[in-house]
Design a protein around this ligand. Structure first.
Ligand code: S3P
Length: 430
């Protein structure tokens, strides 16, 4: 596919799609609560539809009238055995969080995914769930999917020091702990996105958090809620960077989720000197509008506790750094290697094709800028965030860029290319 260019800058406003992490969890909590949960602004993209379909297979009635999704919650004791193995597609969040939920069920379930998901590490989730009493096995005794989960109604609580900073691992343990009899304590390696903890409270459950320490007592009963999903800051990130690096641009991004465990990209842009304003803050729904204009950017070092707050944004931040003055260093981001692709290699190799000065390291990237980019033949490698990052790179590249596997964007942002087109100055707006 030939990618779009923006010779006259970017201009206009975009309402970015709904938050992927919250959309997944809204189905899960809806299913596990008692009563009817309604979800507005649900992300109808492949990953979240994998979650929706998986819970239907477990006997949860879910309807969609085009505006509102209604989940008739069955409670922790109302899920039923799926007649067949469940296809989870590309979604790491779905498979890992479901492992925690299914660990507490008295039936056996097999979850499998696409080629990418079947290469992603699961021992990090299986190990703590085994300690709690569930029986989990990967394909041919490996840690990789298909994963078979033989749950138990007799889960025991856990005291667990997490070896990786991962909201997916944390959430799987929390879902199991909600079903175990007694108090579990989880110590995070670094603070990661806290949507699971927040939604437990929203659905009437109890969980204590103090810095990196999380404590909860099971079993708990949750009650149905009306959920409104805010926009996804991880999707907004592509346009924040696009406006920052494309000369003569100004963009408004509306209703962007501003949960502080997700806003590392705002901190990075601010530190690099971007012209970014946060407006119309809706504190109750943790959302705001963001206004951003093109400006000169300075290189920075990105490391340590900020990494989990921007983990999904690192490919697009790497592109941002190619246009900043000086050397940007990204460290402590080895988790990028086990995402939908190895995002350290994919980001470096694809941007190198476009002329960027970017070197992969064991736990991150080193980028020297500013470097003019040139059109090239690049590939998403089947990874949505790599594909979207490359489209943003193409906006400022000289010459034609073509993208292989553009359909990868359907995982989180099916309307992405249309939204890009909408804001190219001179296309639809002067
Ligand atoms: C997610 C957690 C992150 C993130 C993923 C969504 C979640 O993964 O990369 O896109 O919704 O919990 P890890 O927890 O494995 O870092």
């Amino acid at each position: 596919m030939k990618l779009l260019q923006a010779p006259n800058g970017l201009y206009g406003s975009i309402t970015v799609p709904a938050d992927k992490s919250i959309s997944h969890r809204s189905i899960m909590f809806g299913a596990l609560a008692i009563g009817q949960t309604t979800i507005k602004n649900f992300l109808r993209a492949q990953d979240c539809l994998s979650t929706l379909n998986a819970f239907k297979k477990l006997g949860v009635p879910i309807t969609d009238d085009g505006t509102t999704i209604t989940v008739t919650g069955v409670g922790f004791n109302g899920l039923t055995k799926s007649p067949a193995a469940i296809d989870i597609g590309n979604s790491g969040t779905t498979i890992r969080l479901m492992m925690g939920i299914l660990a507490g069920q008295n039936f056996t379930t097999t979850l499998f995914g696409d080629e990418s998901l079947n290469r992603r590490p699961m021992e990090r989730v299986m190990a703590p769930l085994r300690q709690m009493g569930a029986h989990l096995t990967g394909k041919e005794d490996s840690e990789f999917p298909p994963i078979t989960i033989q749950g138990t109604k007799e889960l025991v609580p856990i005291d667990y020091q997490m070896p990786v900073a991962s909201a997916q691992v944390k959430s799987a343990i929390i879902f199991a702990a909600l079903q175990a009899k007694g108090t579990s304590t989880i110590i995070e390696k670094e603070i990661s996105r806290n949507h699971t903890e927040e939604m437990i409270r929203q659905f009437g459950g109890k969980i204590m958090t103090d810095g990196r320490e999380i404590r909860l007592t099971g079993p708990q009963t949750l009650s149905a809620q009306n959920v409104i999903v805010p926009g996804d800051i991880s999707s907004a990130a592509f346009f924040l960077v696009a406006a920052a690096i494309t000369p003569d641009s100004q963009l408004y991004l509306k209703n962007v989720g501003m949960n502080p465990t997700r806003t590392g990209i705002i901190d990075v842009l601010t530190q690099m000197g971007a012209k970014l304003a946060v407006e119309n803050v809706d504190a109750e729904n943790q959302a705001a509008d963001l206004k951003i204009e093109t400006t000169n950017l300075e290189a920075i070092t990105i490391e340590g506790e900020i990494i989990p707050r921007l983990i999904d944004e690192l490919p697009i931040i790497a592109l941002l750094a190619t246009q900043a003055n000086g050397q940007t260093i990204i460290k402590n981001a080895e988790e990028l290697k086990v995402k939908e692709t190895n995002r350290i290699d994919a980001t470096a190799e694809e941007l190198q094709k476009m002329g960027a000065d970017i070197i992969p390291t064991a736990d991150g990237l080193i980028i020297n800028g500013p470097t003019p980019l040139k059109g090239a033949e690049v590939s998403s490698r089947g990874d949505h965030r790599i594909g979207m990052m490359l489209q943003i790179a193409a906006l400022i590249a000289k010459g034609v860029t073509t993208l292989q596997f553009p359909e990868a964007i359907n995982i989180s942002y099916p309307n992405f290319f249309n939204d890009v087109k909408k804001i190219i100055a001179g296309e639809n707006n002067a």
